[in-house]
Structure formats: structure tokens, C-alpha cells
Design a protein around this ligand. Structure first.
Ligand SMILES: [Zn+2]
Length: 253
């Protein structure tokens, strides 16, 4: 039963993530004004703002001007709902669950902003680094090793910085943005020095495969810029989750 609560709480956080995604890049307040239709600017009534359900009832249109609402809103809500549910199933009620939820919530927002704008706001990646370092005493991966969190931050950042420098020398253009560098550094603050390297390998593997598929189905050209933030985010979350299963529980307690 409690699983359903976590899913529903996740849906509402997903609704809040949609607000963050459309306001943080423009330095707008995420609290005021209340949500409004981007076309007719009419404030959205609470009854029209229930995650998923309102979208279905309104058939994806604004209740006032009938403008189409992007399918991305319910997708982000569902993604966040399932993420909260999965986090609860893996970690149960624990500090690990709180850290997992904060990390995932941030990474969902960062990934969608990166897909929209091909940039990651510094405010998000840098505050995530601070949260990673400060939460290290309760982090199930770092295990109260503040030094490992700090080394993870530096090594995550340095790894991508080195690739960015070498890549720009070889290809004569920017291959890796500053946002990606800070994002991998943030991942390092949650995962430590070794794990962040594995996250990066997963990101490259996924990015390579999906990039290739997009080129093959002619959605992208090989010269197109493909945002890397979502792949880094998946790499970070996978290692954060897998670590829970791979390391015997006996060693932790
Ligand atoms: Zn409208």
C-alpha cells in the first residue's frame, strides 16, 4: 500500500519538476507566480493541475484556450512517480531513500533541461555537488567517507575536463560542455572516485548506442550535437542503485 503513496508523491514531485524545468534556466521563481497556460496566460485551476489525471480529462488541451499541452508534462510526472516507487522498493524507509530521491529529482530536471536547451544550469549542478558532499555521512555508496566524496567530485570533473580538452584539440570544436563536466563532478560527490568512472563508461556506452540508432533512423546527423547530460544521469543512477545489490549488506553494517 505504501508503494502507491510513494508513486503518487512522485507524480506530484514530477509536476513540480515540470515547473522547475521551465523556470530555472531563465532565473524565474519556482514558487510564484502560480502555474499558468503558456499561450493564454490564464492561471491553471488546481482541478486542472492534478498529475496525469487532468491531462487525460482535458485530453491534453488548455481548459481555456484549447492549446495543446506538451505530452512531455505527463511523461515527466510518470517518470518521477516510477523513480520514487523504485527508490522505495530498493531502499525502504531510510536515509538512503531520501538521498536517492533528491539525486533522482535533480537528475530528471537536469536531463530535460539539457535536452531542451543543450545546457545545464550551474545553479543545479553546483548545488547538487554541495548536497552530495554534505549528505556523504548517510550516503549508502560513500559510507561516511567525506574524503571519498571530495575526491569523487574532483575526479569526475577532471575526467570530463581532460576529455573536453583532448576532444576539442582533435575535432576542432567543443565535444563536451562545461555543464557535463560539473554534472559528472556532482555524480562523483555521491558515488566516490571509482564508481563515477563506471558511471561515465555506462554513459558513453548508452550515448554511443542511442546516438547510433538516432543517426540510423535519420533523426540526427553524425555532425549534430547530442546532449550528454541524460546519459550521465542514467549512469549515475544505475551505479547508485546497483551498488546496493552488489555489495553484500553484511559488509555495510
Ligand atoms: Zn490556455
Amino acid at each position: 500500500m505504501i508503494e502507491i503513496y510513494f508513486f503518487i508523491i512522485g507524480l506530484f514531485f514530477g509536476s513540480f519538476a515540470n515547473v522547475c524545468i521551465r523556470r530555472i534556466p531563465y532565473n524565474k521563481s519556482i514558487i510564484l507566480p502560480a502555474s499558468h497556460c503558456p499561450k493564454c496566460l490564464i492561471p491553471i485551476r488546481w482541478i486542472d493541475n492534478i498529475p496525469i489525471i487532468s491531462f487525460l480529462i482535458l485530453r491534453g488541451k488548455c481548459s481555456n484556450c484549447k492549446t495543446n499541452i506538451s505530452i512531455e508534462y505527463p511523461i515527466v510526472e510518470l517518470l518521477t512517480g516510477f523513480y520514487f516507487l523504485l527508490s522505495y522498493l530498493i531502499f525502504g524507509i531510510s536515509f538512503s531513500l531520501v538521498i536517492s530521491i533528491i539525486l533522482g529529482f535533480y537528475l530528471i530536471i537536469i536531463s530535460i533541461i539539457d535536452i531542451h536547451l543543450k545546457t545545464i544550469p550551474d545553479f543545479l549542478s553546483i548545488s547538487l555537488i554541495f548536497i552530495g558532499v554534505i549528505s556523504s555521512p548517510w550516503n549508502p555508496v560513500i559510507k561516511n567517507n567525506l574524503l571519498n566524496s571530495l575526491i569523487g567530485t574532483i575526479s569526475g570533473g577532471l575526467l570530463l575536463f581532460a576529455i573536453a580538452v583532448i576532444g576539442s584539440k582533435i575535432y576542432k570544436k567543443e565535444v563536451m560542455g562545461g555543464g557535463d563536466i560539473k554534472l559528472l563532478a556532482a555524480g562523483g560527490s555521491f558515488l566516490g572516485a571509482y564508481n563515477i568512472f563506471y558511471s561515465f563508461l555506462i554513459a558513453c556506452f548508452l550515448g554511443g548506442i542511442i546516438g547510433l540508432i538516432l543517426i540510423l533512423i535519420k533523426k540526427k546527423k553524425s555532425s549534430d550535437f547530442i546532449p550528454f547530460g541524460p546519459y550521465i544521469s542514467v549512469g549515475i543512477i544505475l551505479i547508485f542503485f546497483l551498488n546496493h545489490f552488489v555489495i553484500p549488506r553484511l559488509l555495510i553494517y
